[in-house]
Write a protein that binds this ligand. Structure first.
Ligand SMILES: [Zn+2]
Ligand SMILES: [Zn+2]
Ligand SMILES: [Zn+2]
Length: 265
């Protein structure tokens, strides 16, 4: 819902916007930019994508990967328009099959073959294979699909180099665990303290970090139930709450996962 949450006057929502509050409590909808060499790959374009791109000075995007079709992850797709008008070719989008279908339905004027809106985003939507570890090779890096459970749905997390981005999850299926070994950076959902039907709690996410044993973990997708400073203070030192504008450095060089089929030279 973003923080401040509309209509709410709780301490965290108030702190998010007051001059003497904590700016880390101001949470736009979740998205990450992965930058290396001259390449910019975005994961999810939520309803705040336009403001986020301006805030971070993003002048070009080379590819977009989607996690799932919920509004907080896809509604900013249309804001890619001015970034998609420059050659060469269409801006590639990648999504699993249900997510691609949702994006095509929401933005039908962009994807219809007849009577297409003339200045629609120049994008091509690629469907990811549903297999765990299915790869999108991009500019020398490799993004692997990591299936995660989000309530009754299985959605897509991504492993890239020594980092993984797992937003919106209630659990991680056993088949995905081999894709999450040897991580330097793990970013994962921790919505709030109280149980939720489709999201992980703070305690559950701490347990997931203990199990996956990354060098560093960052929680994301927190609701207004979580105060940044008070929560950070009780977390182990290798787990921190992420915040808008946080920048992390890690190795994007492709890792060999145990699920990867042996390739011939
Ligand atoms: Zn609130
Ligand atoms: Zn969701
Ligand atoms: Zn979400």
């Amino acid at each position: 819902m973003g923080v401040p949450t509309l209509g709410c006057t709780c301490a965290v929502c108030t702190s998010a916007v007051s001059p003497d509050g904590d700016p880390r409590n101001r949470r736009t909808r979740p998205s990450v930019l992965v930058s290396w060499d001259t390449h910019n790959v975005v994961i999810d374009t939520g309803p705040d994508f336009h403001a986020q791109a301006i805030r971070e000075g993003i002048r070009r995007v080379d590819a977009v990967l989607y996690t799932h079709g919920h509004a907080d992850h896809v509604l900013g797709m249309d804001d890619l328009r001015p970034l998609s008008f420059h050659p060469p070719g269409d801006l590639p989008l990648y999504a699993d099959d249900p997510t691609a279908t949702t994006i095509e339905r929401i933005f039908d004027y962009t994807f219809r073959t007849q009577d297409r809106y003339p200045t629609s985003a120049r994008v091509t939507l690629h469907r990811l294979a549903s297999t765990p570890g299915a790869e999108v090779p991009l500019f020398g890096a490799r993004f692997q699909r990591v299936p995660v459970t989000h309530g009754s749905q299985t959605i897509t997390g991504y492993r890239f180099g020594s980092a993984a981005y797992l937003t919106d999850l209630s659990d991680i299926p056993a088949e995905s665990l081999p894709l999450l070994t040897g991580l330097d950076v793990l970013i994962l959902d921790a919505l709030r303290r109280e149980p939720h039907p489709t999201h992980s709690t703070l305690d559950n996410s701490i347990k997931l970090v203990e199990r996956l044993n990354p060098r560093r973990a960052f929680f994301t997708h927190m609701s207004h139930d979580i105060d940044h400073a008070a929560t950070d203070a009780i977390l182990p030192p290798h787990i921190r709450l992420a915040y808008d504008g946080l920048q992390l450095t890690f190795d994007i060089t492709p890792q060999t996962s145990s699920l990867e089929p042996k390739s011939s030279p």
